[in-house]
Ligand binder design. Structure first.
Ligand code: SAM
Length: 310
C-alpha cells in the first residue's frame, strides 16, 4: 500500500468486486503460464498487461470483526485489499511490461508510486482518458505492427469501468490487432437503467451513450416495440416500449461483441447484494489462430466453472 493510497483510499464496488478480480487474476495466471514458451521456448511472445481503468492499486473496505463464532466483541476495521494492478504484479511468470491508465489525479499518483516501488517491473502509468490512450498505444508500434495476430507481442487488456465508458471504436481497434485478449466488464445494469420503459424518456445524451456502447443505432428498433393507438380525440398516439429484460440486454451485448470478435465468452454475471445483475464480465479475442482460440476457451471455461454463481 503506497502512502498516497493510504491517505486517500479508493472505495468502490462490493462483494462482487472480489469475484471479478479473482476471476481476472485467475485468467492472468493461466495466460502467462500457457504462453511462457509460445510460439517457441527460444523466442516467446512479449507479454503485456494493460489495465485500462486501473484505479489506485487497491480497494478500501470497512468490515465487521468479531462476533459469536470468534468469541470477540463485534467491531469494525478498515482494510485495503489488492486491486487489479497489485494482483497483476503478483502474477508468475510475470508480464514483461505493465501499462496502467487512470484519469483521476490522486489515483494516478498512487500508480506512479507503485511504478517507483517496482523499478525492475517495466511499469508505465498513463494519466488520461482510457479510450484516447488505448487508441494511442494500439495506433503505434509495437501494436500497430500486430495486425491479424502476426508479430511477437501478446497482451491482456482489462476494461473495468464504473459505467458506460468504453467506446465501440476502442473495442474495434483492440479486435483488429488479433493479438490481445480483452476482459470487458460490460455495464449491464447501467445500460438497463438508461433504456427507459418508454423510448421517449431516453434523452439524446443517453441515446448517444447507448450508441457508443452497442456500436450501432439499431438498438432502438431491436429493443423497443412501436405501438400505435387512438387518443381521446381520435388523434394517433405512438409509443415505443422496451421489450428486453436485463438478461436479454446481456445477450444482446454478447451478440454485438460477436460482430467484431471471433470469440466472445459467456458472461460471468456479477450481482449486487439484492441479487440484481449489475455487470457482465466477458472475455473477448479476435485471434486468427484456432489453436490460440482453443487455449482461450479452455482458460475461460475454468474461470466460469470456478467463479460463476459465487
Ligand atoms: C472500477 S474502478 C477500477 C478499479 C481497478 N480496476 C481496481 O481493481 O482497483 C474504475 C476506475 O476508472 C477510472 N476511470 C473512469 N473513467 C475513466 C476514463 N474514461 N479514463 C480513464 N480512467 C477512467 C476511475 O477514476 C476509477 O479509478
Amino acid at each position: 500500500m503506497t502512502r498516497a493510497a493510504a491517505d486517500r483510499g479508493h472505495r468502490f464496488g462490493g462483494a462482487w468486486t472480489e469475484v471479478k478480480l479473482d476471476a481476472v487474476h485467475y485468467y492472468l495466471r493461466f495466460f502467462t503460464r500457457v504462453l511462457k514458451d509460445q510460439p517457441t521456448p527460444h523466442q516467446p511472445f512479449e507479454l503485456w498487461y494493460i489495465d485500462a481503468f486501473a484505479g489506485s492499486g487497491s480497494r478500501r473496505i470497512d468490515r465487521t470483526t468479531g462476533g459469536l463464532f470468534e468469541g470477540e466483541p463485534l467491531g469494525e476495521e478498515t482494510v485495503d485489499l489488492a486491486g487489479s494492478v497489485l494482483r497483476a504484479l503478483d502474477v508468475d511468470p510475470p508480464f514483461k511490461r505493465l501499462v496502467f491508465i487512470e484519469e483521476n489525479r490522486d489515483r494516478f499518483r498512487c500508480l506512479e508510486e507503485i511504478a517507483a516501488a517496482y523499478p525492475e517491473r517495466n511499469i508505465t502509468p498513463f494519466r488520461g482518458d482510457t479510450n484516447t490512450k488505448l487508441q494511442e498505444i494500439f495506433g503505434a508500434p509495437p501494436w500497430s505492427l500486430q495486425h491479424d495476430g502476426r508479430g511477437s507481442h501478446r497482451a491482456i487488456v482489462f476494461l473495468d469501468p464504473f459505467g458506460m465508458s468504453v467506446k465501440w471504436e476502442t473495442l474495434k481497434q483492440l479486435a483488429e490487432t488479433g493479438a490481445v485478449d480483452v476482459w470487458y466488464l460490460f455495464p449491464t445494469g447501467a445500460v438497463n437503467r438508461q433504456l427507459a420503459g418508454n423510448f421517449a424518456k431516453v434523452d439524446e445524451h443517453k441515446q448517444r451513450a447507448l450508441d457508443e456502447v452497442f456500436g450501432s443505432t439499431a438498438w432502438r428498433e431491436d429493443i423497443y416495440k412501436v405501438k400505435t393507438d387512438r387518443g381521446l380525440f381520435d388523434e394517433v398516439i405512438t409509443t415505443a416500449s422496451k421489450t428486453f429484460t436485463v438478461d436479454q440486454i446481456e445477450r444482446y451485448a454478447q451478440d454485438r461483441l460477436k460482430m467484431i470478435f471471433a470469440y466472445v465468452s459467456d458472461p460471468l454475471p456479477l450481482l449486487n447484494d439484492r441479487d440484481s445483475k449489475i455487470f457482465s464480465l466477458f472475455c473477448l479475442s479476435n485471434s486468427p489462430s484456432q489453436k490460440a482460440l482453443g487455449l482461450i476457451r479452455n482458460g475461460v471455461r475454468s474461470v466460469l466453472k470456478k467463479f460463476a454463481g459465487r
